[in-house]
Design a protein around this ligand. Structure first.
Ligand code: NAD
Length: 463
């Protein structure tokens, strides 16, 4: 649905009113277009003494042909040279480019006193980031730190990144990527995602990357040869997920309930995929999914997107609405996972991606059933992950306000509040959720496991 306020904000009168009343000014977020570079503009790379990941970051910047700048630092220049990365030296005092992306390797910060390094690095350049720019700070997973003082200092980075995300505005995102000290080679897919326009509506997130098998991919078609199944694929976010996974090379089996068959056919036809009309709450849903995938060489990517809301305050909620929401949004996904894992029906390096919600993080008036189901999805991810074998991962997205039929039905005042109360001052699009799922689903994301990533423009709810 159209965001009329955002449209108004681009008109001369709109600009005038917004400026003088101090109203939120949403920018047109840059989104990914096929065959465009990962980063379109200059990148500033910074590091700290004894950092772990700078060479790996430099290698990714080289691979994406980033126009990279560094501050004068012999160690950093040496690491860039070793990675074959051409860099220009930049001095904050002289006239310099405005940056599209800033990557800072903060993993060398071993004490709280050293946190001054991030102040010293970011303070002079905080006004030099372009619209829809990207800030990515890479740190050491505090749970894997070498000392208590390192863990404390690394944990402190969360507050810095989340505050920066709220300050920068203009569609600029800020993320913190924690990696295990031995996971440098697993960073590439996550860096590419957060540096690119694919992460347009993801900000203020903290992601953990673990050591895992390093999988070589064709970055232009990362899902080539893979079979994906998306539940609830006939419309809304599910339709967008099907499109993005197919764009990235996967054969997509689009699943939805039988009454949605016509829309299901339309989506599948548009992406060269196939369909499976099935109610995911059916007792044999896992078996039917496994059978449908067998004909395609087995299942590589399973996206549990189907979901419903039946909002009422608890006092007014009928038992059937409680049961229905928990069953579709949570228990069905749990049962399907259980069947597929028990019957070895997910291929090696399989990817399970669930769809939670910020309602499951923050809770929401009138949504005890929905929030319970979506908090349960977070539990499903967290407690399943340690039991997975064969390189299989499980992660979830937690969308905030996404422009769909679901949110169009919300009363005007609540809808406007939901739309604006985030660092982007606008709602996200289904494609923003889909791009995040495609990153989780990528073979090169083997080290990304048990993460919950909000696609909410850094919503104030539950932050
Ligand atoms: P939607 O209602 O447009 O689509 C949901 C799809 O799931 C429908 O096609 C529906 O037929 C299908 N479905 C429902 N029950 C099913 C069942 N038993 N078996 C198979 N398919 C079933 O919703 P949407 O806005 O696209 O949301 C998709 C997911 O994203 C949901 O899990 C939702 O909770 C979540 N989400 C949405 C938002 C948002 O702002 N739209 C925010 C947070 C989370």
């Amino acid at each position: 649905m159209t965001d009329q306020y955002q449209h108004f904000s681009t008109t001369p009168i709109g600009k005038f009113v917004i400026k003088h009343l101090g109203l939120p000014a949403p920018v047109d977020l840059e989104r990914y277009r096929t065959a465009t570079p990962v980063i379109q503009g200059a990148v500033l790379l910074g590091t700290t003494a004894q950092a772990y990941f700078t060479s790996a970051i430099a290698e990714t910047l080289r691979q994406v042909h980033a126009n990279t700048y560094v501050v004068e630092d012999a160690g950093l220049l040496e690491q860039a040279k070793n990675a074959d990365l051409d860099v220009s030296v930049f001095s904050p005092e002289t006239k310099s480019p405005r940056f599209k992306a800033i990557v800072f390797d903060a993993s060398g910060i071993h004490s709280t006193e050293q946190l001054k390094d991030i102040y010293n690095f970011f303070h002079p350049i905080a006004r030099q980031i372009q619209t829809s720019g990207r800030v990515v700070i890479v740190g050491v997973d505090p749970d894997r730190a070498e000392s208590v003082s390192q863990a404390i200092a690394q944990r402190a980075l969360v507050g810095f990144v989340k505050s920066l995300g709220k300050e920068l505005r203009k569609g600029i995102t800020a993320q913190l990527v924690y990696a295990a000290p031995d996971a440098a080679e697993n960073l590439a897919s996550t860096l590419r995602f957060f540096l690119s326009p694919r992460s347009a509506y993801v900000s203020g997130q903290v992601v953990v990357v673990q050591k895992a098998d390093v999988i070589a991919v064709d970055w232009s078609k990362p899902l080539s040869g893979k079979t994906a199944l998306v539940t609830g694929a006939s419309r809304g976010i599910g339709e967008a997920i099907a499109h993005v996974l197919a764009r990235d090379g996967a054969h997509v089996i689009c699943l939805d309930v039988e009454p949605q068959q016509a829309d299901l056919d339309r989506v599948a036809q548009s992406i060269g995929g196939s369909t499976l009309a099935l109610d995911i709450t059916a007792a044999d849903a896992g078996k039917k999914i496994a059978q449908a995938c067998q004909q395609q060489g087995g299942l590589d990517i399973l996206v549990h997107n189907a979901g419903v809301t039946r909002d009422k305050t608890l006092a007014n909620m009928k038992e059937q609405f409680w049961d229905m929401v928990i069953n579709i949004n949570l228990s069905a996904a749990e049962r399907i996972n259980h069947y597929l894992l028990e019957h070895n029906a997910l291929n090696e390096q399989g990817r399970i991606v669930c769809v939670s919600s910020i309602s499951g993080i923050a809770g929401n008036l009138g949504q005890t059933n929905y929030a319970t189901s979506k908090a349960g999805v977070i539990g499903l991810v967290k407690y399943t992950a340690p039991h997975l074998k064969k390189g299989i991962t499980i992660n979830a997205v937690a969308p905030g306000f996404i422009e769909t039929q679901m949110t169009a039905a919300i009363p005007f005042a609540i809808r406007e509040a939901g739309r604006r109360m985030n660092s982007m001052s606008q709602g996200g699009l289904p494609v923003d959720v889909a791009e995040t799922i495609a990153w989780f689903a990528a073979p090169a994301s083997s080290g990304v496991n048990a993460n919950i990533v909000r696609v909410c423009g850094q919503s104030l709810l539950g932050a």
